[in-house]
Structures are given as structure tokens and as C-alpha cells.
Design a protein. Structure first.
Length: 128
């Protein structure tokens, strides 16, 4: 039987180690793209995950038949901060997305309010 790398990878990504490796490397990639310093080692990250409910979240994800929404996800508590243990929490993918959506809605609302204020100031000749 021929080795099927795609099938092996699919199965590996459903293991605790596979999820941890992916979570770690994704954080590292994001940090590099944003020009942030990334000081975490894989071993430190993995230990932190297990100390912060990773196994429980992972088991719920497996029990859900690998529902993407329930997959463990690393959230930056302060969206403007870097990936460091004091600024990270483990939550589900959907919780992380909802947090992002909430933040995006807040940004959009702020933009609308700023546009209204600028319009009001232009109407009164305060700004051009």
C-alpha cells in the first residue's frame, strides 16, 4: 500500500500534538507578518496550553466529530498586544471569531460616529 501523505496529514491534524503544532506555528507566522517579536518556544507553548484547559477543549472538539467551531483557538486578550502568555487565552474557534466580529463592529461603529462628527463640523465650517 502506498503512503498517502494527504491522508496522514489529515489524521495528524486531528491529534493533540497536531493541533498544538499548528496553533504554535500559526501564532509564530502571524507575529512575523506583523513584525512582532515572538519569544515563545514550542515546549513552553505546549505546556501553557495544557495548563490552560487545552485537553478539555480538544476532547469536546473530538466529541463533536471535529466541528470547526469547537476547535481550540488561541485568543489575544488585548487585540493590540503580542502573543505572550499574559495576553493569551484558550477558547473555541467560534468564541474567537465572535470576539473578532464584536471588535470589528465596534470599529465600524466608531468610524460611522467619526464620519458623522466630521460631517457636522464641515457643515458648520469648523473643518474643510
Amino acid at each position: 500500500m502506498k503512503f498517502d501523505k494527504k491522508e496522514w496529514s489529515k489524521n495528524y491534524n486531528k491529534t493533540q500534538k497536531g493541533v498544538l503544532v499548528k496553533l504554535f506555528h500559526h501564532r509564530k507566522e502571524i507575529s512575523e507578518k506583523k513584525g512582532w517579536e515572538f519569544k515563545l518556544s514550542y515546549d513552553e507553548f505546549s505546556t501553557w496550553c495544557y495548563e490552560n484547559n487545552f485537553e478539555k477543549l480538544f476532547n469536546k472538539w473530538v466529541a463533536s466529530n471535529y466541528d470547526k467551531n469547537l476547535k481550540p483557538s488561541v485568543d489575544r486578550i488585548d487585540d493590540y498586544g503580542v502573543y505572550e502568555f499574559e495576553n493569551m487565552q484558550l477558547i473555541t474557534y467560534i468564541e474567537n471569531m465572535k470576539k473578532g466580529w464584536s471588535c470589528q463592529k465596534s470599529i465600524e461603529s466608531s468610524k460611522r460616529n467619526l464620519e458623522k462628527a466630521h460631517s457636522w463640523q464641515r457643515e458648520r465650517g469648523i473643518i474643510n
